[in-house]
Design a protein around this ligand. Sequence first.
Ligand code: NDP
Ligand code: GDR
Length: 383
Amino acid sequence: MNKVALITGITGQDGAYLAEYLIKKGYTVHGIKRRSSMFNTDRIDHLYQDPHIENRNLILHYGDLTDSLNLTRIIGEVQPDEIYNLAAMSHVKVSFDTPEYTANADGLGVLRILEAVRLLNLIPKTRIYQASTSELYGLVQEVPQKETTPFYPRSPYAVAKLYGYWITVNYREAYKMHASNGILFNHESPLRGETFVTRKVTRAISRIALNMQEKVYMGNLSSKRDWGHAKDYVRAMYAILQQDEPSDYVIATGITTTIRDFIKMTFEEVGMEVSFHGEGVNEVAVLRSINEKIFKEKVGEVYFENANKRIGEEVVGVDPQYFRPTEVELLIGDATKARERLGWEPQYSLKTLIEDMVLSDVKLMKKESYLREGGYKILNYFE
Ligand code: NDP
Ligand code: GDR
């Protein structure tokens, strides 16, 4: 019999990579998706199977982390061997605008899943992975951050995730559940949501290189993040649930980089060199030079002339609307426990992560540019 996994948040970045990974391992994967007024399954459409096929290995259910009856019914029907709770309102800045909803989905949502497993008498069968986060560390208490570092959350998102972390630990201790937290540091990919900083930057720089956009406005350029690749991080989630004993693990690369340097590295990836000037809201990045060979190889010959004309122009600015009321300034993780117990190592470096994201975004933006040049506009239903 195939193992059965249930993934909440299957339509998100991690859900998509994890579903693909588990299907390759021979799992039958069930996923919970939200009802939306438009299709929201882009990231997993390549895994989709017609519901009329027998023995499908991907089955989707409508549901929501705020609806305990729905969660209990799905878990009862699916009888999963493993639950990966990846669903969350995952944007830190947006959590300041929707704090109550964030607490409900990201905090109480975890309780609903744990309690469903308990009430359905699935404790001996079902293992649970909770998507915890480096945002728990918040205001710096210790560097690098590891499993024993004290938490100091700095956003409604992080406070909600703090509840999720501790209720997972509590159910493990109280009811002997196989429930574990992965304390994952930032991980990115070509599938990363467009409003997170890395994807915002790789998209914008692709558009700037293709002459589709003049400038990008950013928030705090000085914060530091420990960025890995989502593909590496879903391997860790799986490994955590294969351990005989449940436990909590930091998953990180151990290297931290400022947003400013991430932007510089992304420009370099397409052969463009920028320099930063000024401070705070007046900081800007100016295009200094272009390496013709790299640019033509990574972006394309036909785009070089227009890009070259822009040397000396500002390509990055700061807009305080992207600042957060309380910021997490420095994240850098120590994944020694995961290395020793899970044998986990990241395969991507920051450089190869950026290469992967830029390659994908340049392709995506070119597609849009070809359509525009060919006379196709974004469909306007009201014309
Ligand atoms: P995404 O934002 O890409 O995906 C979140 C998923 O959760 C989406 O499928 C979304 O559905 C779904 N979702 C949101 N709210 C609800 C709800 N109320 N009920 C059911 N589903 C819901 O996040 P990531 O894939 O990047 O992250 C996965 C998890 O890991 C999240 O819990 C996140 O907080 C956590 N995490 C992420 C890290 C990262 O760097 N990526 C690091 C550490 C933790 P829809 O597609 O409809 O919006
Ligand atoms: P984060 O990711 O808050 O770490 O949460 P995000 O990419 O949103 O921000 C990282 C840092 O970049 C700064 N920043 C900007 N951020 C965004 N989004 N947009 C900007 O224009 C911008 N300019 C600067 C931010 O201030 C911040 O310091 C992510 C999410 O995936 C969480 O769900 C997850 O738990 C953590 O990573 C680990």
